[in-house]
Design a protein around this ligand. Structure first.
Ligand code: NCD
Length: 304
């Protein structure tokens, strides 16, 4: 594997390879000194044109636990403000000698473009509304950990699907592993066309919750919305929020997920996010190990 741009490039076998390898990095992460020399001498740079807490820190932690050197690029403090283009920025970074570029950008397709310009490996850490493959991998890992398998499982993805790269990558990954997916959202928060999406759609959250193995809430992505897509947040929460009462409809073993950042009180009630069946912080912890597996698969050849 040279790049990780889309979940679709992995297929079922590729996803399972990452998840299986993640097991050993979960074990490394639990050690007193959570570090292995696997990527010593390699350099990983993160190139983030959009804000991020989890994803950026998670990749950085992953690279460091593999003993790679890390460099950080923030648009706010870079020469981008002086007018430097994306291509020149990328070529400048590559000239310093990097082995992998982890890129997040507000426009769909940018990681593919970067991959054409450089010899380094490129990891898509979120491109516009399009994809976020490592989030999907960590979500699959977390589900597999809690449910044993995704095969024949039923997962609901609830909320602002339209603007969510997480939803797109998750749908690809979950269905590749044999799960069925139901999207629950008001029509205004669904993509204009769902043609080719292997999903069902429902507007009845209560009905769906009764029969799922997992429910994943999506953040209301107000920063991407140019018009009012819901009458009011209060009304949205009343119909599509995972309230305390609604969470009681879930089967006993069902888990609650959220990719973060959460808007507590909007898509998920403040205390629901902290229930024992919520795996939100587990997702974050697994995210580091999954990214270690990804970086190792991309850069580890010949070092092990
Ligand atoms: C998401 C993202 O940025 O795509 N967060 C994440 O990476 N965990 C989801 C979001 O912004 O709501």
């Amino acid at each position: 594997m040279k790049h990780l741009l889309s979940v679709a490039d992995l297929g079922r076998d590729g996803i399972e390879e990452v998840l299986d390898l993640t097991d050993s990095f979960v074990e490394v992460s639990a050690r007193a000194i959570p570090k292995v020399p696997a990527l010593r001498g390699r350099t990983v740079v993160s190139l983030f044109y959009e804000d991020s807490t989890r994803t950026r820190l998670s990749f950085e932690a992953a690279a460091k636990r593999l003993s790679a050197d890390t460099m950080n690029f923030s648009v706010g403090t870079s020469a981008v403000g002086k007018g430097e283009s994306l291509r020149d920025t990328v070529l400048t970074i590559e000239a310093m000698g990097v082995d992998a570029i982890v890129v997040r950008h507000g426009s769909s397709g940018v990681p593919w473009q970067v991959a054409r310009w450089v010899d380094a490996s490129v990891v898509n850490a979120g491109d516009g509304w399009h994809e976020h493959p490592t989030q999907a991998l960590l979500d699959c890992y977390t589900l597999r950990e809690r449910l044993g398998t995704l095969d024949q499982r039923h997962i609901a993805i609830v909320g602002d699907v339209k603007h969510s790269r997480v939803a797109r990558s998750d749908v690809l990954a979950y269905t590749a592993l044999g799960a069925s997916v139901t999207l629950v959202a008001p029509p205004t928060l669904l993509p204009p066309s769902l043609e080719g999406w292997p999903v069902e759609v429902s507007h009845d959250l209560d009905g769906v919750l009764r029969k799922v193995d997992a429910v994943e809430l999506l953040r209301m992505q107000s920063e991407r919305q140019t018009e009012a897509l819901v009458p009011s947040l209060r009304e949205y929460t009343a119909t599509y929020g995972l309230t305390r009462e609604r969470a009681r409809l879930l089967p006993d073993e069902a888990v609650i997920m959220h990719p973060g950042p959460m808007n507590r009180g909007v898509e998920i009630a403040a205390d629901v996010a902290d229930l024992p069946r919520s795996v939100v912080t587990r997702q974050v912890a697994n995210g580091v190990a999954v990214r270690m597996a990804v970086l190792f698969l991309l850069l580890g050849a010949g070092t092990a």
